[in-house]
Design a binder for this molecule. Structure first.
Ligand code: NOJ
Length: 739
């Protein structure tokens, strides 16, 4: 092995660095190490560290580069994404470490969003579990498998709040709520990074997409975002902040503009807010070619100026754009960019490489034996099954059609029942659909071949009705019909916006035909966004939302359908009655003409639809029922330094054990600016045996009531509040208190 400059240098530093546990001493030593490397670097090599190219192993954007191996060798590219497996990343790392002049190790990034090989439910599905520990575990398992496959950096968590079901990327987020979104964002960062980035089972996380990417106009991906700063700071910012507070050491910019400035060139977002106010200490990477796209946004006329704008805004690393590679050197030489700006960016990147321990052992993630042992480890599959079950939301269950009983003859209808690829959803990373079993196969295994009849009936999209007759014939022979319908996996995720949020194709038409048979119908939904289910809700007796449930999805669906697991998921995005209601979310404002006042004319309403959604935020049924007592407050006066304990008694009033997500909301009745009609402030997921009761207590503190006031200062305002507790955002008990 060629022994290059960096490795000789490091041996000495590593030995001297381990002794102290004091954080500031460790930081100083880290800075010292970084500086010592920086001193050895030419300007070209520095710019090389600011470059990230995709390999050709996966395609996640519009451009590819064929000569990335040579770029690594020449020191022109310090980071690679979309490359994986211990063997392939070792090969690339070897080029960086042994063939480039300084031997600085590469970062290997990948979109490990909801699993690497063992795939968990899509992120929106995971969020519906409201189980923070399970979500953290999912990120942990994802990190362990990714790290075993040579990855040391995931482009997750996505922290974009969204109230826009047309936007396909809602599937990647945690829904519409800032409070829940923040808890989930922090859990995912902890899961990926653990307590120690240097641990070879943890990977660097990347908070994305900074910022406000979840609000594209009309739900069209990459479209303009236009929102007030107040809404941005109070609603959209909290999950990013929570992820940064949880220790995420990289942040990805977003494709959209914010207040007229492309986010990738926004000094307000990337320096004033992110670094100066939020105290972010890691590095900032662009999204795919988003520096180049600043030209299309129309605030500069060429790529060189786009690069200048990005570096001045605070972008440290250029993903795939080649803008930094092409223009930065000359701009530094011409004095347009101070050397210090480049040095600071490179230091931030090297610092993270040190924190990951890559200088100690650049091959620490490239261990094939470990890869073999950890990929699809039984405990990973078990964790994926657990989260998949917890993520499912029972939307309807008339006459207790569910759970199915073993031995019942069931007719399974729908192409999605046979699909394994769809179960993985978008961003399936290295997930392998040949490895898994379909929902149909799992149902057959569980209920016996003879009791499970199948006909495809129709495809998940398209107009072909030729399978209808066979499906009706099969359904006629069964006790119950289980129709698996929804969207193709490619209909959500990036670049997958829709102008309709109906079930595609002729699936609902077939459902109408099946309804005429007068047999109980269960719908199993697979989809990546809130859908308009108004029609289906009238036709089906039971509806189970399963999202795209991952590697173990088929088994999880089967266990839920048969009641081996009692569903406990709750929606984290409102499901509208129709597309016309979009955007619709539970934390709306009251308006000057709210509908609940007498006489609906001249009120804020539709003449052709109710205002309320089909299924509200926080909603989800169980095979049992829960009753809530009235709320008891420890006091109804909250003082500046005090707290209120708000308690309810929750009872399982049904016949089986179940889990309930007890939710606590607050409304500030009068503010210097208008306030939402409800805001989630706490939740607890509890398990209750049949007949069992538990007292659940939420602690309300003044800081939980803070917001950006009229003068944009952040804080509370005294006055009257309402507190609500219930099993969803609509059906709640309420009580008043004062601050
Ligand atoms: C573009 C996507 O917006 C981003 O989320 C992803 O991480 C990158 N491509 C890399 O694949």
């Amino acid at each position: 092995m060629k022994h290059n400059i960096i490795f000789t240098l490091f041996a000495a530093y590593v030995l001297s660095s381990c002794a102290s546990s004091n954080k500031s001493t460790i930081d100083a030593k880290l800075d010292h190490k970084v500086d010592s490397v920086l001193k050895l670097m030419t300007l070209d090599e520095k710019i090389g560290q600011m470059v990230l190219y995709t390999s050709d192993w996966d395609i996640t954007g519009p451009t590819l580069k064929s000569d990335y191996l040579d770029d690594i060798r020449k020191g022109n590219c310090g980071n690679i994404f979309n490359a994986h497996t211990a063997a392939y990343t070792r090969k690339l790392q070897k080029i960086a470490v042994e063939e480039s002049r300084l031997g600085i190790p590469l970062l290997f990034g990948y979109d490990v969003i909801h699993g690497h090989k063992t795939i968990f439910p899509i992120s929106l599905g995971e969020s519906a579990s409201w189980d923070i520990a399970a979500i953290e575990k999912s990120a942990r398992v994802s990190a362990i498998e990714a790290a075993a496959s040579g990855i040391n950096w995931t482009f997750a968590p996505m922290c974009d709040i969204s109230v826009e079901p047309r936007w396909g990327r809602v599937s990647e987020g945690a829904g519409e709520d800032p409070y829940l979104g923040s808890k989930i964002a922090a859990a995912r960062v902890h899961g990926f990074q653990g307590n120690d980035l240097a641990d070879s089972l943890t990977i660097l996380s990347c908070v994305k997409h900074f910022a406000a990417y979840g609000a594209p106009l009309a739900g069209r991906d990459y479209n303009t975002v236009d929102m007030s700063q107040r809404v941005f700071l109070d609603i959209y910012l909290p999950p990013y902040k929570a992820a940064i507070d949880a220790g995420a050491m990289s942040v990805m910019t977003s494709f959209n503009e914010y207040d007229g400035v492309p986010a990738t060139g926004s000094k307000y977002l990337l320096t004033d807010l992110l670094r100066d106010q939020l105290g972010f200490k890691g590095f900032v990477v662009t999204d795919y070619t988003s520096i180049n796209e600043i030209v299309n946004h129309g605030v500069v006329s060429n790529e060189a100026d786009a690069g200048l704008m990005a570096i001045k805004a605070g972008v440290d690393m250029d993903m795939q754009g080649e803008v930094y590679f092409k223009y930065l050197k000359k701009q530094v030489e011409d004095g347009e960019i101070p050397q210090k700006t480049i040095n600071d960016a490179v230091k931030r990147i090297l610092r993270v490489k040190f924190m990951l321990g890559l200088f100690d052992d650049p091959y620490k993630y490239c261990n094939e034996a470990r890869e073999k042992r950890l990929i699809y480890a039984p405990e990973h599959l078990e964790a994926a099954l657990d989260v998949a079950k917890k993520s499912m939301v029972l939307l309807k269950n008339d006459s207790n059609v569910l759970p199915l009983k073993k031995g019942e003859k069931i007719a399974i209808i729908g192409e999605l029942a046979t699909s394994t690829r769809d179960l993985l959803g978008s961003w399936k990373a290295a997930g392998d659909w040949d490895f898994m079993k379909s929902t149909l196969d799992e149902l057959k295994t569980y209920n016996g071949e003879a009791n499970v009849l199948f006909a495809e009936g129709c495809k998940k999209f398209g107009e072909d009705r030729s399978g209808f007759a066979a499906a009706i014939a099969v359904a006629n022979r069964a006790d119950k019909i289980v129709m698996v319908i929804g969207e193709d996996w490619e209909w959500s995720g990036e670049a997958a916006s829709r102008t309709s949020i109906n079930i595609p194709g002729v699936q609902t038409e077939l459902l109408e035909k099946l309804k005429a048979l007068n047999k109980p119908i269960v719908l199993v939904l697979m989809n990546g966004r809130p859908l308009d289910l108004s029609k289906e809700n009238e036709l089906a007796d039971a509806i189970l939302e399963t999202w795209y449930a991952g590697t173990m999805g088929g088994k999880a669906i089967t266990q839920v359908l048969f009641g081996e697991y009692n569903p406990s998921g709750k929606l984290t995005m409102t499901f509208p009655r129709n597309l016309g209601q979009v955007p619709i979310f539970y934390y709306e404002k009251n308006t000057g003409r709210p509908l609940y006042l007498e006489n609906p004319k001249y009120k804020s309403r539709y003449i052709d639809s109710p205002n309320d959604p089909l299924f509200p935020f926080g909603f989800g049924l169980s095979y049992t029922t829960f009753a809530y007592s009235d709320i008891k407050l420890s006091t109804n006066e909250l003082t500046e330094k005090g707290e209120i304990k708000a308690s309810v008694n929750v009872t399982n009033t049904g016949g089986v054990a179940g889990e309930e997500v007890v939710q606590c909301y607050v409304r500030d009745l009068v503010g210097s600016v208008t306030r939402p009609v409800k805001q989630l402030k706490g939740f607890e997921k509890i398990a209750l045996k049949a007949g069992e009761s538990k007292v659940i207590t939420f602690t309300i503190k003044p800081e939980m009531l803070a917001f950006h006031r009229l003068d944009m200062s952040y804080g509370t305002e005294p006055g009257d509040f309402k507190l609500f507790i219930g099993g969803n955002s609509r059906d709640v008990k309420e009580v008043g208190f004062k601050l």
